[in-house]
Design a protein around this ligand. Structure first.
Ligand code: ZN
Ligand code: ZN
Length: 256
């Protein structure tokens, strides 16, 4: 029996990449780091790019797509992408491409994957829910607001990687120009800590073994604020909470 597990090569506006594996299969969700940096970060976890069975792309923003093309061309890793994301023209030619249709289940070897539409300012963004041997992992970043569709799609997971992008006050008084503040804080931008907390409550916390806070803004958030916002939901016991950092990422997390 393969066990579902996941790790982060790094998360934040400078680059995102998440590994999901179940012993038979290993996929990367997004690759926002350049080729050499991706190789270095994989090596940190004892991995080589040739071990990847696929790269799944959520959307075309550089912090998710930057390294996908170079990685796919260098190591012939199959790329799974929506037509809309592909039409951004930012991927370039790759040796092996598969279309993702939002709300349509697909599989990469033993991993069953459900892609779901999210509200974000990209052409056809999706986020993913993984299933293997009865365990479920949700990967949910880059969404402007928690919609009913998102709540329905990500309920009942055993582990969740969840965007906690900004603290609303820090964004308001922070260094971003007004237009960027409106974009980040708007309904098609990124999730604030309080929105992540509200979403978690709607999803239900009982089954969640692991909650990984990710995509934290370097300028408009800090880990302490994230933990202060989410820990009360867990009756003050933050042991299920972890943060995926921009530089160090996050080591393997097993779902039991
Ligand atoms: Zn984005
Ligand atoms: Zn992003």
């Amino acid at each position: 029996m393969g066990k579902l597990r996941f790790a982060s090569l790094g998360s934040g506006s400078k680059g995102n990449a998440t590994l999901v594996s179940d012993e038979e299969t290993m996929v990367l969700v997004d690759c926002g780091f350049g080729l050499r940096e991706t190789e270095r970060r994989l090596a940190r976890l004892g991995l080589h790019p040739r071990q990847l069975d696929a790269v799944l792309v959520t959307h075309e923003h550089g912090d998710h797509l930057r390294g996908v093309g170079p990685l796919a061309r260098r190591y012939a890793v199959p790329v799974y992408i929506t037509p809309g994301t592909w039409l951004s023209g930012r991927l370039g030619e790759v040796p092996c491409r598969h279309w993702i249709t939002p709300q349509s289940r697909f599989a990469v070897k033993s991993l069953v994957i459900d892609p779901f539409t999210v509200p974000h300012d990209a052409r056809e963004p999706v986020q993913f829910r993984f299933e293997s041997h009865g365990r479920h992992l949700g990967v949910l970043t880059d969404l402007g607001q928690p919609t009913d569709h998102v709540v329905e799609a990500f309920s009942g997971c055993d582990a969740l990687i969840l965007e906690c992008n900004h603290d609303r006050y820090m964004l308001e008084v922070g260094p971003y120009p007004p237009r960027l503040k409106r974009r980040v804080g708007g309904n098609w931008g990124h999730l604030a800590n309080v929105q992540a907390a509200a979403l978690l409550q709607r999803l239900g916390l009982d089954r969640l073994q692991r909650i990984v806070c990710s995509h934290l803004s370097e300028h408009n958030n800090c880990p302490e604020l994230v933990l202060d916002t989410l820990t009360p939901l867990l009756d003050g016991d933050g042991s299920r909470l972890t943060i995926a950092a921009q530089d160090s990422g996050l080591d393997w997390q097993a779902i039991t």
